[in-house]
Design a protein around this ligand. Structure first.
Ligand code: C5P
Length: 297
C-alpha cells in the first residue's frame, strides 16, 4: 500500500523582514500565496528510510537525511516511538532551491503521507507543530491558500482571496542559499535601524478583492536587494518580464526565481515566451493562484 500527497509551491506577495533576532532568524510579515505548481510525494512501507526523486531537476535534490521529506518522516516516527521504515518518492515539478518552497512542500507532503500510511492520527495542530520544527515555510505548504506568516513565518493566519491571479515564473540557472540571502540582507542593513515588519493593508485588500492591478502595485520583497546583490543578473530578468507586459515582477522569497503577475492566461503565455527568448532565465513556468495545500490523492 502507498499514499501519495500533492503539495503546492508558493510565492511571497509581501515579504517584510525585520532585524536579525538573537537566535539568528528574522521576524517577518510574510504573505504567502500558494500557486498551482506541485510536487507529489509517495510513501510506501520499506525495510528502511530511503528517498528517491524524479523530474527535470531531480539531480539537485539531496537524497540523504537532510532532505526535508526524510526529516519529516523521522520526526513523526520519533514522536510515536516507531521506525521511519518508508520509501519516500518525490515527483518533483517545483523549481529546486528557487525561493518557491519546493523543499518545504516535500516536508509537508511526506509528513501528511506518513501520518496517513501509518495511521498515526496526528491532529492538524500536531502536524503544524512538526512542520514548524522542520522549517519556517513548511507550515504554509501544509495549509496552502493564502496566509500571513508572522514570527519567523511559521505562525499562520489564513487570508481571504477573492479571485484568481495569473503568474509567470522565470527559473534561474542554479539556486540561491536562503541563509546566504538573509546574511546579505543583514550586511546591506548594517548600521541601519530596520523597522518592524508589518503586513500592507493595501496588499491584503487587493488579495481579498481579487484585484490584480492593486496587487501588482503592492507587491514587495525586502529580500530582493539582497538577492540582486548576490545575483545581479536577476535585474535583467525582471526588466525583461516587465518589458514583455507583466504588471509587476519581483524576486520570489529568497530567490533566484522571479515572479511576474499578469492579467490573464494569454498574457501569461506571451510573457513566458518573451522571457525565454530574452535569454535571461533557464526556463519559465506559468501557474495560477491560490492553490489548495497538501492533499492526499
Ligand atoms: O526555517 P528555515 O530552515 O527555512 O530557515 C533557513 C534559514 O533562513 C535560517 O537558518 C536563517 O538563516 C534564514 N531565515 C531567517 N529568518 C526567517 C526564516 C529563515 O533568518 N524568518
Amino acid at each position: 500500500m502507498s499514499v501519495t500527497v500533492r503539495v503546492p509551491a508558493k510565492v511571497n506577495v509581501q515579504l517584510a523582514v525585520g532585524a536579525a533576532r538573537p537566535d539568528g532568524f528574522h521576524d517577518l510579515a510574510n504573505v504567502f500565496l500558494a500557486v498551482g505548481l506541485y510536487d507529489e510525494v509517495t510513501v510506501t512501507p520499506a525495510d528502511e528510510l530511503r528517498v528517491t526523486c524524479e523530474g527535470p531537476d531531480a539531480a539537485q535534490v539531496p537524497l540523504d537525511r537532510t532532505n526535508l521529506a526524510a526529516r519529516a518522516a523521522v520526526a513523526l516516527a520519533a514522536r510515536r516511538g516507531i521506525e521511519p521504515a518508508v520509501h519516500i518518492h518525490i515527483a518533483k515539478d517545483i523549481p529546486v532551491a528557487g525561493g518557491m518552497a519546493g523543499g518545504s512542500a516535500d516536508g509537508a507532503g511526506a509528513l501528511l503521507a506518513c501520518n496517513t500510511l501509518w495511521g498515526t492520527g496526528a491532529s492538524r495542530a500536531e502536524l503544524l507543530a512538526i512542520c514548524a520544527e522542520l522549517g519556517s515555510d513548511v507550515p504554509f505548504s501544509l495549509v496552502g491558500g493564502a496566509a500571513l506568516g508572522t514570527g519567523r513565518g511559521e505562525q499562520l493566519t489564513a487570508l481571504e482571496v477573492g479571485g484568481t491571479f495569473h503568474w509567470v515564473f522565470a527559473v534561474a540557472d542554479g539556486g540561491l542559499s536562503t541563509p546566504a540571502v538573509y546574511g546579505e540582507f543583514d550586511r546591506l542593513n548594517e548600521g541601519i535601524e530596520v523597522p518592524e515588519p508589518v503586513a500592507s493593508e493595501d496588499l491584503l485588500a487587493a488579495l481579498a478583492k481579487g484585484d490584480a492591478t492593486a496587487l501588482a502595485a503592492a507587491l514587495s520583497n525586502d529580500l530582493q536587494p539582497a538577492a540582486l546583490s548576490l545575483r545581479p543578473s536577476l535585474a535583467d530578468t525582471l526588466a525583461a518580464g516587465r518589458a514583455a507586459g507583466a504588471r509587476a515582477g519581483l524576486v520570489s522569497g529568497s530567490g533566484p526565481t522571479t515572479a511576474f503577475l499578469v492579467p490573464d492566461t494569454e498574457t501569461a503565455a506571451s510573457v513566458a515566451g518573451a522571457l525565454l527568448a530574452s535569454g535571461t532565465c533557464r526556463t519559465v513556468r506559468t501557474a495560477e493562484s491560490p492553490a489548495v495545500g497538501a492533499a492526499v490523492l
